[in-house]
Design a protein around this ligand. Sequence first.
Ligand code: NAP
Length: 350
Amino acid sequence: MLIPMQRIVLARRPDGAPSEADFRLEDTTLRELGEKEVAVENLYLSLDPYMRGRMDDAKSYAKPVPIGGTMEGGTVGRVIASTSPRFVEGDIVVGQFGWATHGVLPAREVRKAATDYAPPSASLGVLGMPGFTGWYGLKELGRPQKGETLVVAAATGPVGQMVGQLGKALGLYVVGVAGGADKCRFAVETLGFDMCVDHRDYDDAAALRVALAEACPDGIDVYYENVGGMVLEAVIGLMNPFGRMPVCGTIAYYNLGGLGAGDAPGPNMLPRMMRAILVNKLNVHGFIIMDHWDRYGDFLAEVGPMVKDGRIRYQEDVADGLAAAPANFLAMLKGGNFGKTIVRLAGDGA
Ligand SMILES: NC(=O)c1ccc[n+]([C@@H]2O[C@H](COP(=O)([O-])OP(=O)(O)OC[C@H]3O[C@@H](n4cnc5c(N)ncnc54)[C@H](OP(=O)(O)O)[C@@H]3O)[C@@H](O)[C@H]2O)c1
């Protein structure tokens, strides 16, 4: 029996900032199951900054979405059919099923959702790819030590929430950078950060640097890099000797295109950046979490119980219906989200 479904495809490649016209909602049918495959009805779709990169036909760590192809995306779904012994109908699973109401994937690309610890949607955020990214980047590359100062921007997004709360749990002094007073209040009052600086209060990197210097009287030992741009410019001169900079994301540059594309407007930061790295003997370490998926079990064993008992809190920003995905994705890229950006496609999976 053919199952009707909807999907959102990439209609055209953006030139600079993307717009809703770059996407198209289509009616289609779910393809037949092959051997050792799983079909799901998606319950929740995750919207993440990396998807901006998939819209460009540019050199990167992953292939672009083809024009007319389903937008790539992680989902939590309920299994509706399976030809794999690993999954049965009704299982709640996670996979890259895409911006779609339904999907089919090989069973080896699907895992059970972490519902022992939290509701299904959490497997896209705090206990999913972004939370895991924050844990890996901070612990493995940030090498945080009790009493040190940690700065993280995009502080109330799913990566920043994890980084800052883990930092506090490890005994660090944690300063967030976020866009807006509400986000900053949330970072301090709900997530337990020591301070949060609102980057929208400052016109340029020099002014932001003064604010960060006041917020970090002992300098910065770990800068967990999520954004680049003005925040990076402000932070670089405040790093302490032997500081660590896990480079997780540079969202301020995502509309410039892929590797080899244009430069950001403004002064050339390279000389200042390279001198700071040399003179302060900084460890700047880029990483892509898909290279470290073998560590997901360690992450879940450590952080799952912390989420379950409330030591790690999380905020989700949930929209309803597949058609809402483009607008919420575009808003998230510009800071319009408050917490992990998710689209609810069906019931809660319970
Ligand atoms: N390396 C990896 O494998 C990996 C995996 C997952 C995520 N990431 C990266 O981690 C970063 C955070 O991801 P997330 O899912 O937690 O995103 P998120 O925080 O939910 O959303 C992105 C946030 O970036 C901030 N932002 C956007 N433009 C900015 C700018 N020019 N300057 C300062 N802040 C800006 C906005 O927050 P404010 O309103 O607070 O400014 C926005 O809400 C992203 O760069 C993402 O690409 C990397």
